[in-house]
Design a protein around this ligand. Sequence first.
Ligand SMILES: *Cc1c(COP(=O)(O)O)cnc(C)c1O
Length: 363
Amino acid sequence: MNLRIPGPTPLPPDVLQALSRQMINHRGPEFASLIAEVTNQLKYFFQTENDLLILTGSGTGAMEASIVNTLSPGERVLAVSIGNFGDRFAEIATQFGLDVVKIGFPMGQAADPDEIARKLDADRDITTVLVTHNETSTGVTNDLEAISAVVKGRDKLLIVDGISSVGSVEVKTDAWGCDVVLSGSQKGWMAPPGLAFASLSKLAWERHANAKLPRMYWDFTAAKKYLEHGETPFTPAISVFYALQVSLQSLREEGRDEVFARHARIAKHARDRVSSLGLRLFADPKHASNTVTAFYTPEGVDSRVIAKELEEKYDTVVAVGQGAITATTMRFGHLGWVSEADIDVAADAVGKTIERLATIPAR
Ligand SMILES: *Cc1c(COP(=O)(O)O)cnc(C)c1O
């Protein structure tokens, strides 16, 4: 099967093999050396010297963890949203009783750092900014460096959902001053779902010390304390650690810059192939993502009809749109273990399917 969704992503053979290993004691020396190695490798790709915690849960769990560990009830946060995952971050903050100020931008566009600056200057009670680095629902990558400069220039806490970017796209956690950066094992890391990552700056720990939201499973103090002894507070997804150990070794061997360059090259290939089918790309070309490409379906053709035929006839699985653009857009994931040939298989299948379903009217 050609699985071309933006996570979970296909696993290389050596990673699959690692998943069949026998269980070990998660409070023993073998696990201690495993978590130490995986943590160090992740820090290299996060480009950080900050603490990095590995949590058992999905990416959304890490988003929730970042909120309950750094904020107090009623605290005012600015939630920057350019799509569904930005909305989700705002929703989590709202559910936990925070005073959420939302700043939205049209789907397909990136957030404007100047507008964020104006919002922060006009509302001095905002203590924290939530932002999505790579918006997986629209295939748009925000200019995180510019946004960080605005937020850190005003001494606010910056929490970044980098779930579909870190490890595939450059994120300079320390150089850009990102306080909390999140990712998830099933995206660019060539590992199964089950683990999520959070890096924490000195400021994030200071906020944590005074944060009053209730927390137990996600408590970062406990996670840090256990990590010092090579453990996690609760039973971790051990098999996903096995997989990550192997996938991180290959990514490390390939080299950080080479991994980022490969994602950029394949993303461009994906955009070129989609455009050459006569389909219109969804994202503003200046901010097109290197991990996911969204495009419009032909006029009047529902994405779900195309997706069904792709799966049944061509054994190719792509993602339909999300939210308001579910029916009118589709998405190719191209993060993790992916090559130009994989994109070609998916693009050829889409081409044949839309040719059968409809003739594309001139726009
Ligand atoms: C996938 C994704 C998430 C959610 O992760 P889950 O593991 O499904 O909870 C959050 N944000 C972004 C940007 C994502 O791509």
